[in-house]
Design a protein around this ligand. Structure first.
Ligand code: PEP
Length: 251
């Protein structure tokens, strides 16, 4: 049975003291709440180690926002999978649209990162999604298919089940425009059928597929109640403890 996962992508926000404040807000907010999902925070690299200590006795899990696929070496400013593991990460966001568009990450590079995360026992949160132009030209399914097929290239069934996919239509990220529940469910169902084709029905049913793109407490329930939407990758709304927890409660 696949897990529902709500992950907060803090992006390049919050210094160390602000991170401590947000984590204590989330922990306080969880005191009398039993969430029906896994809650993951993905702070900037500079806050990971402190975050790991602060969440130690809680149900909150930790993730990085990116990593490089090499083990170590002359890769200035990059962070390896084992470095993320060493500060307590269990997850890593890979292929976020901001990495693809601003930093030129390709499906091939993202595939290498996913494979390295898997061999390092990190759960990749593998992001995919079409731009507004691609949606309007009717190529959403082709774009998403290419991202899935190339991103999961040479990954076997056993490993595929360990991956979380985040469908994030680029036009909905940080824009306040959310996909309707029908638009989101249509693509999620397509991704699941693609996973069924690439692997098997059993494998496809095990894979958590999150939705991301302006998820807020007031739209979370309708999105998360769709049969193929298994959680959310949250940007803006994860920077406030109460809205992040409210999205978790929507599960
Ligand atoms: C994201 O960055 O992954 C995201 C979904 O951002 P937002 O929730 O702000 O749209």
């Amino acid at each position: 049975m696949r897990k529902k996962i709500i992950a907060g992508n803090w992006k390049m926000n919050l210094n160390l003291s602000e991170s401590i404040e947000l984590i204590s807000g989330i922990k306080n907010g969880l005191v009398n709440q039993q969430l029906n999902c896994e809650l993951v925070i993905c702070p900037p690299f500079t806050s990971l180690e402190t975050a790991s200590v602060l969440i130690k006795d809680s149900a909150i899990k930790l993730g990085g926002q990116n990593m490089y696929y090499e083990e170590n070496g002359a890769f200035t400013a990059e962070i390896s999978a084992s470095m993320l593991k060493s500060v307590g990460c269990q997850y890593v966001i890979l292929g976020h649209s901001e990495r693809r568009t601003i930093f030129g990450e390709t499906n091939e590079l993202i595939n290498k990162k996913i494979k390295k995360a898997l061999t390092s026992q990190l759960t990749p949160i593998f992001c995919i999604g079409e731009t507004l132009e691609e949606r309007e030209s009717g190529s959403t399914f082709d774009v998403v298919k290419k991202q899935v097929v190339e991103g999961l290239s040479e990954i076997n069934s056993e490993d595929a089940q360990k991956i979380v996919i985040a469908y994030e239509p680029v036009w909905a990220i940080g824009t306040g425009k959310t996909a309707s529940k029908e638009q989101a469910e249509e693509v999620h169902a397509f991704i699941r059928s693609l996973l069924c084709e690439l692997y098997s029905n059993e494998v496809a049913e095990e894979i958590t597929i999150q939705y991301g793109g302006s998820v807020k407490p007031d739209n979370a329930v309708e999105l998360l109640s769709q049969p193929n939407i298994d959680g959310a990758l949250v940007g803006g709304a994860c920077l406030k403890a109460d809205s992040f927890i409210a999205i978790g409660a929507a599960c």
